[in-house]
Ligand binder design. Structure first.
Ligand code: DHB
Ligand code: FE
Length: 279
């Protein structure tokens, strides 16, 4: 039987990927960030699952705003890094897991989560930067990946609770997959940040820290956060944090925190990462 071994939440700041791609990780600005990622990367070296479900958002890169679903699951054999305006990132092609992906589609639809299904999906920084954060610069990504795109960019976005319930449904689906494989699940985006408008540059460490604490000890508190709470407290793009609720919903009620890292600023964001293990 398949089983979920752990979850990770991480910001997906594109500048982090660019720093790696352009050999700038030892520059003064980036050095403390990559230093903070060392224990995270060491954990990932020791815990590579067969498949990782990466809950991310496409930033209107590969999914056009006139055809945008609330949830989109990628069932392809492979996913190319998307061209976000300056060519595809020079990182490995993401290898999918169609068998588990189609099982998820069937199981989730039967469980009343009516997803869009994509067999042709380029993946933007929302998905490739977390892979770079976890695995640095390998020849091939060590885990297969199932992309799960969430609409966080166009009104109306799903609620925090809906995202958590999707995670619970993913857990039921994985538990029912007959193959003996290990599965990881990541939520990406956030933490507090606002990239434009009057309040550009908003970061809110108190809000972020409470959110991270809640992931460990009171996950349902995070499911009560409204979109307005995110906009007000965490800036417009802070709503990306709802994707961490999908990850949390797929884990055990009680989890143990293996690592946490929080750093301000990374680009315009409060960078945050957390690893949660299913005991
Ligand atoms: C930044 C953060 C994001 O989450 C994103 O999608 C794009 C840019 C940033 O802080 O630069
Ligand atoms: Fe983003």
């Amino acid at each position: 039987m398949a089983r979920i071994i752990a979850g990770m939440g991480t910001s997906h700041v594109p500048g982090l990927g660019a720093a790696m791609d352009n050999g700038k990780t030892q520059e003064a600005y980036w050095q403390p960030v990559f230093k903070g990622l060392e224990p995270l990367r060491s954990w990932h070296r020791d815990h590579v699952p067969d498949v990782t479900i990466i809950v991310y958002n496409d930033h209107a890169t590969a999914i056009a705003l006139d055809n945008y679903a609330t949830f989109t699951l990628g069932v392809a054999e492979q996913f190319l890094p998307a061209d976000e305006g300056w060519g595809r990132r020079n990182v490995p092609t993401v290898q999918g897991h169609p068998e588990l992906a189609w099982h998820l589609v069937e199981s989730l639809v039967m469980d009343e989560f009516d997803l869009a299904v994509s067999g042709d999906l380029d993946v933007d920084h929302g998905l490739t930067v977390p892979l770079s954060i976890a695995y640095d610069q390998p020849e091939i990504w060590p885990t297969r990946v199932i992309p799960l795109a969430v609409n966080v960019i166009q009104y109306p976005q799903p609620t925090s609770l809906r995202c958590f319930k999707l995670g619970q449904a993913i857990r039921r689906a994985v538990d029912a997959f007959p193959d003996d494989i290990t599965v990881g699940i990541w939520g990406t985006g956030g933490l507090s940040h606002q990239l434009g408008g009057e309040r550009v540059g908003v970061v809110n460490p108190e809000f972020d820290t409470q959110f991270l604490d809640n992931l460990v000890s009171d996950p349902m508190a995070n499911t009560r956060l409204t979109h307005t709470d995110f906009f007000r407290e965490a800036g417009c793009e802070g709503i990306e944090m709802i994707m961490w609720n999908v990850m949390r919903g797929a884990l055990n009620d009680r989890v143990s925190e293996a690592y946490r890292f929080y750093h301000i600023p990374v680009s315009a964001t409060a960078y945050g990462a957390i690893i949660l293990e299913n005991p």
